[in-house]
Write a protein that binds this ligand. Structure first.
Ligand SMILES: *Cc1c(COP(=O)(O)O)cnc(C)c1O
Length: 804
């Protein structure tokens, strides 16, 4: 197609003219972006076809990763890099007077996810392809991804995300592969000879149309597929007003639910879940039968991974297919089903465990409900044999109990593997949340500590640091990220440390410029960039961060001469639209920022910046510029975290609790190169079980906290006095569920230590270097290799392997 920049330019100009009927000088930046995108997608198509053909011919086992979210962000630059044509394209465009960054700016983020869970799915796809593994994603093509956040007067406004407004250049609509998904109706049971036959009658059908996105591996010619389903009206007749039916149908793939922890309890959400799994299974089985032909061998040739419980209906759906369509017996169907599914648990927060009321579930999915009932009966029977007479025990483990279907139980019972996402999280699952299931089938449980793709979060997001690493230790680390350990000998090489400092400084200046453009705020690029970027949640404790900032402010006001290194606090966070408390925290951050940023007495020393609309592409700008990574969740609440890993990989030093993957980060870098504070998970869980925490005591005895809480309600902040009452209530009246006041003193101390460490330039750079050097373990390549060998049983059999 093109192999140098001159060929590229010719092809680009020709395609632009053909596609838009314009000459180059008449074209807009958007025309140019679409031209380039279409060109690259076509460039990919040969490898895409070859990869599929290779899988078909070798008949190798395939993995399907089912997820209700895929938070891809922008894909243009990543594709160019993975294809190895970034420089050709960049130079070719530059000859034409086009900056590749300008085209990248035009590309909308594909924001089909809320946060960590969706981004994990995107990182996993990148690693699967880059490792040459046969793994594909299945998701929903939401017409509107996560809302766009605007801040007005300190309050969050939510605007619909219009990422598809100008079309999406990477997708290929495959209408001929559409499938029909039934809802509602009734089940008729007839007896034919020995067998019962079930028919789903009077169903209302929705057509699921697949849109395929190529997932390009790094420099290895592998292109896997992310298949996103769109809901459209079905050609089958319906028994209701057609306009009403059309609206209801299209709603299924209209919006991503803007919440990743609370269960909406909405029929629409359940419809989305069944829509995803029913469409995906039909297409997985169709392609399997084309390749192999024997449905009874399914579990040997296919693995279906369910990312959290949202796609857990795939389990009864496969049972339905085997029982009703292939007429296998229950035992055999169950054997195949349980051999096919694996499940990742993402949280132990009880409010986030999905439970569907029977009165909603049963009418919407009548046949699926019957199958779950049967599964439940058989499972309870099995438990009865093992624990005769222990009704409470059995009741606690049942799939259906107390009028609800428990999705986590369904997922555990129907899978051969259940994994947590960081060591402590898996331990908590085994010891507490899923203790009974663990005792019943310990062999299912395993840990897979999360990871992030170093290709996006280092190679692409931080080309300056990437070049420095490659110049220093060669480029093996790009293929084997754990080789970044080879940077450790440079710990005492002051010339290298200076270069590291130059890179960080450059990234900080770039971010400072962005903040000036976007927020109109001038920040000092030599100050400490102290960063907390993640969804806004009580358990993530942005409140602890802002209370600490108020404390610093009070200290500086009291004693202007006190020893304090200038700091810029940077926040990025979306709050779920219905999460009232989280929105109050956003407002509080803005009120404190308003107060501090305008006070001439401290403005050289503290700045508070809230960057609106946090998303993947913004994360790529903020993270490389960070000095301190705030990972301060209440211990035991953050399953893993992945933001912590991205920041570590870019040389930020963690200030955090012993929670999630922070624990493993500490093991890698050593206790001297991370700042740990606060209650341990055990201590938190002990308080939760036995009581003994009284937040009021902290209010009365810690004058710093008393002053800060008073300042939230006495007119000190530039807002009406009762604005922050819900926050004060959460701390005092509601006894501070997340132990903010309890951990405050410990946090103040550790932050002071972090500040002093920063002042010692060489020491800080060594800490930063150790974080970078030890971050290779947290590449999702390591995570995916573990899934592949320990759960899925797949390996790289591609002809071109990705070995350098
Ligand atoms: C990585 C990432 C997250 C997850 O961050 P945590 O700190 O692990 O909660 C959320 N949102 C975006 C845009 C991300 O890139």
């Amino acid at each position: 197609m093109f192999s140098n920049k001159d060929e590229f330019k010719l092809a680009f100009l020709k395609k632009l003219e053909m596609g838009f009927g314009k000459t180059f000088p008449e074209s807009t930046v958007r025309d140019q972006y679409h031209t380039l995108g279409n060109m690259i997608r076509e460039f990919i198509s040969t490898d895409w076809i070859n990869t599929n053909e290779h899988y078909r011919l070798t008949k190798q086992k395939q993995v399907y990763y089912l997820s209700i979210e895929f938070l891809l962000g922008k894909v243009l630059s990543q594709n160019l890099m993975n294809l190895g044509i970034y420089t050709i394209v960049q130079e070719g465009l530059s000859d034409l007077g086009i900056g590749l960054e300008q085209l990248e700016e035009i590309e909308p983020d594909a924001g089909l996810g809320n946060g960590g869970l969706g981004r994990l799915a995107a990182c996993f796809l990148d690693s699967l392809s880059s490792l040459g593994l046969p793994g594909h994603g299945c998701g929903i093509r939401y017409r509107h991804g996560l809302f766009e956040q605007k801040i007005m007067n300190g309050y969050q406004l939510e605007l619909p995300d219009h990422w598809l407004r100008h079309g999406h250049v990477w997708e290929v609509r495959k209408e001929d592969l559409s499938v029909e998904v039934p809802f509602w109706g009734r089940v008729e049971c007839t007896k034919t000879g020995e067998n019962l036959e079930f028919k789903h009658l009077d169903a209302e059908y929705v057509t699921a149309v697949p849109y395929d996105l190529p997932v390009v591996g790094y420099n290895n010619s592998t292109v896997n597929t992310l298949r996103l389903w769109s809901a459209e009206v079905s050609p089958y007749p319906v028994n209701k007003d057609i306009m009403h039916y059309k609206r209801e149908t299209e709603m299924i793939s209209e919006f991503l639910y803007p919440d990743d922890t609370h269960d909406e309890g909405k029929i629409l959400r359940l419809k989305q879940q069944y829509f995803l799994v029913a469409a995906s299974l039909r297409s997985i089985i169709r392609s399997y039968l084309n390749r192999k032909g024997d449905i009874k061998q399914l579990s040997k040739d296919i693995c279906i991974h369910i990312n959290d419980t949202h796609p857990a209906l795939a389990i009864p759906e496969l049972m339905r297919i085997l029982l009703d369509e292939y007429r296998l017996g229950w035992e055999e169907s169950w054997e195949i089903t349980r051999g096919t599914f694996c499940y990742t648990n993402h949280t132990t927060l009880s409010e986030a465990l999905e439970k569907w009321p029977i009165h909603i579930f049963k009418p919407l999915l009548p046949r699926i409900y019957m199958i779950i009932e049967e599964m439940n009966e058989r499972y309870c029977h099995e438990l009865w044999e093992k624990f005769p007479g222990e009704w409470d025990h059995i009741q606690e483990m049942a799939i259906i109990a107390d009028g609800v279907v428990k999705m986590a139980h369904l997922a555990v019972v129907g899978s051969f593997s259940v994994n947590g996402v960081a060591r402590i999280h898996t331990e908590i699952l085994k010891d507490r949340e899923m203790k009974l299931f663990y005792q019943h089938s310990p062999e299912k449980f395993n840990n897979k500590t999360n990871g992030i793709t170093h290709r996006r979060w280092l190679l692409k997001a931080n080309p300056e640091l990437s070049s420095l690493i490659t110049d220093t230790i060669g480029n093996d680390w790009v293929y084997q990220p754990e080789q970044m350990k080879n940077l450790l000998p440079y710990m005492n090489d002051s010339a290298f440390l200076d270069q590291l400092a130059v890179v960080k400084q450059k990234k900080k200046e770039q971010l400072a410029k962005r903040i000036l453009d976007q927020n109109g705020l001038l920040i000092d690029p030599t100050s400490i960039f102290d960063v907390q970027v993640k969804r806004l949640h009580a358990y993530k404790r942005q409140l602890l961060n802002i209370i600490h900032i108020m404390h610093l402010y009070n200290r500086l006001k009291e004693d202007a001469s006190c020893d304090f290194y200038p700091r810029t606090f940077i926040f990025g966070a979306k709050a779920s639209p219905g999460y009232y408390y989280a929105k109050k925290i956003i407002k509080l951050i803005h009120s404190v920022a308003e107060k501090i940023n305008h006070d001439p007495a401290v403005k050289e020393r503290i700045k508070v910046v809230f960057m609106e609309n946090y998303r993947v592409s913004l994360a790529e700008e903020i993270i490389p510029a960070s000095d301190i990574s705030e990972q301060i969740s209440t211990a035991s609440k953050e399953a893993s975290g992945t933001g912590n890993m991205k920041l570590m990989m870019n040389g930020a030093v963690t200030v955090g609790t012993l929670d999630g993957a922070n624990i493993e980060i500490r093991e890698k870098v050593g206790a001297d190169d991370i700042f740990i504070f606060g209650l341990s998970a055990k201590e938190v869980m002990k308080f939760e079980q036995e009581g003994g925490y009284n937040s009021m005591e902290y209010y009365y005895h810690d004058k710093r906290l008393q002053e800060i809480i008073n300042q939230m309600r006495n007119g000190f902040l530039p807002d009406v006095a009762d604005e922050f009452e819900p926050i004060v209530d959460s701390l005092l009246t509601e006894n501070d569920q997340y132990f903010v006041m309890r951990d405050f003193d410990s946090y103040v101390n550790i932050q002071q230590q972090a500040g002093s460490a920063f002042e010692n330039r060489q020491k800080w750079l060594r800490m930063s270097l150790r974080n970078i050097a030890m971050s290779g373990y947290f590449s999702s390549d390591r995570t995916i290799e573990e899934y592949a060998s320990q759960i899925w049983g797949i390996s790289n059999t591609s002809l071109e392997t990705s070995i350098n």
